[in-house]
Design a protein around this ligand. Structure first.
Ligand SMILES: Cc1cc2nc3c(=O)[nH]c(=O)nc-3n(C[C@H](O)[C@H](O)[C@H](O)COP(=O)(O)OP(=O)(O)OC[C@H]3O[C@@H](n4cnc5c(N)ncnc54)[C@H](O)[C@@H]3O)c2cc1C
Length: 420
């Protein structure tokens, strides 16, 4: 096993932190460089916190293009692409359209299953080691459906595929659904229940991991944005940051939605778009469901985190910006009483919406692997809606790659060079 290398991880979100953890655990000297200050919020921070093996269908699936076009006409829809004359967006859109096929599902679903299940195991291990500081709850996930049409669609589509892949999915009627979370009144026709899914409090997870890295003597360099690279003979010699240059043996690109921009000057195009999502957290909810739920038609995720309750959703492809679109936030709020009639929009008065940028690849699969033209640069980005779930396994995979051992999960579909 190759040990004792100096490795620079670029980006301190959940993926970068996870990479640093598994690399340091193998005896490497790790430096983590982060653009923002210590304690900065990450995309995981306000996420729904699901660790979800049930998510075996990639975002790029048949029907998504038509659904996206339909939803684009409605300002309150869960999915929105802001039309822009931008070469990267046009190329991404074309690759997304090409990926929305049954073949993409057939190829990607077993890999997503393996990635999610392996990562779930790692979360259980990490929770055991950290006294479950980050509130890993093994309560499953219920995809709630209000209409028979949606329940049939879910049971013939996602539930069927999940069961075929060995991820248990139970199709439940309204009574059986209510029995799983009797504390909350639900106006639904039924649900699909995934007992293996679990959830965490993601800000706590990031804090726990950061503390573990300090114990492992990982060197943190905050306020150090990557500004460029020094290359030599097909390898990266050093990464340049606002605070100076750092030489190392290996470099991990874990910049989330900023990863393509971080590679400027390297002549590599990594198709990716930022997919903005919003969440609202009720500190004192009038009712606290026991389990996480997805409002399936509305695509809103609901997660109990400690005593708080979080609602999250929307996928807004509008570039890298911090703009908050009130109509999209309102769309989340308005859905809540439709599924949970005891809640009212007034429950959200004064709650500040949080937003984060998901790094979305065109085929819905992350990028993990070495770049063809820069042999010591490893991609760890593009996790879209699964970056929390897949953080730990991505970290372990980067350690597998550097150790040159058989990867814990097959890497072919994650190849960062797959779009040329
Ligand atoms: C509303 C919402 C709900 C979600 N729910 C879930 C869920 O339930 N389960 C799940 O699995 N996933 C979920 N996700 C997705 C998940 O949050 C993301 O996929 C994941 O957090 C991405 O992590 P990352 O480390 O790749 O990116 P980030 O967290 O964005 O980290 C990238 C880091 O790179 C740093 N950086 C940027 N530029 C530079 C530079 N030039 N130099 C140095 N550093 C730089 C940034 O400051 C940042 O810290 C959700 C996302 C949203 C928005």
């Amino acid at each position: 096993m190759a040990q004792g290398k100096h490795i620079v991880v670029c980006g301190g979100g959940i993926v970068g932190l996870s990479c640093a953890y598994y690399l340091a655990r193998e005896g490497h000297r790790v430096t983590l460089i982060e653009r923002d200050a210590e304690g900065h919020d990450t995309c995981a921070g306000g996420s729904a916190g699901y660790v979800s093996p049930s998510h075996v269908i990639p975002l790029a699936a048949p029907g998504m293009v038509m659904l996206g076009l339909k939803w684009m006409m409605s300002p309150r829809s869960p999915f929105y692409i802001k039309p822009r004359l931008d070469a990267d967006l046009l190329r991404w859109g074309w690759l997304f359209w090409r990926s929305c096929t049954q073949q993409n599902i057939d190829r990607s679903a077993p890999i997503l299953r393996d990635l999610c299940l392996e990562s779930r195991k790692l979360f259980v291990e990490l929770a055991a080691g950290a006294g479950n500081d980050f509130q890993l709850e093994q309560q499953g996930l219920l995809n709630l459906c209000k209409t028979q049409e949606k329940l049939d669609h879910e049971s013939h589509g996602l539930a069927h595929l999940a069961n075929e892949l060995g991820v248990e999915a139970q199709v439940l009627d309204a009574k059986a659904t209510a029995a799983l979370d009797p504390g909350v009144k639900m106006d639904v026709l039924g649900s699909v229940y995934f007992p293996i899914d679990c959830h965490i409090t993601p800000r706590r997870f990031v804090a726990t991991l950061s503390a573990m890295l300090k114990q492992q003597r990982v060197e943190f360099r905050f306020n150090s944005p990557v500004t460029g690279w020094r290359t030599s003979g097909g390898r990266i010699a050093a990464v340049q940051t606002a605070l100076g240059e750092i030489e190392a043996d290996e470099f991990i690109l874990a910049g989330g939605s900023w990863s393509p921009g971080m590679m400027q000057g390297l002549g590599v195009r990594l198709p990716m778009q930022a997919g903005k999502g919003y969440s609202l957290t009720l500190e004192n909810p009038r009712i606290l469901p026991k389990r996480p739920h997805i409002f399936t038609e509305a695509r809103v995720a609901v997660t109990p985190m400690g005593k708080t309750l979080r609602f999250g959703g929307t996928m807004e492809i509008s570039g890298i910006n911090r703009d908050v679109r009130p109509e999209r936030v309102q769309q989340i709020i308005e859905q809540v009483p439709r599924y949970f009639p005891e809640f009212t929009p007034a429950d959200f008065a004064g709650v500040k919406p949080w937003h984060g940028l998901r790094p979305v690849s065109p085929d819905g699969m992350p990028y993990v692997g070495r770049f063809r033209n820069h042999s010591n640069l490893i991609a760890a980005c593009g996790h879209a809606m699964l970056g929390v779930t897949l953080g730990p396994i991505t970290g372990l995979l980067t350690a597998d790659i550097i150790a040159e051992r058989k990867p814990t999960v097959a890497l072919e579909t994650l190849n960062p060079n797959r779009f040329g």
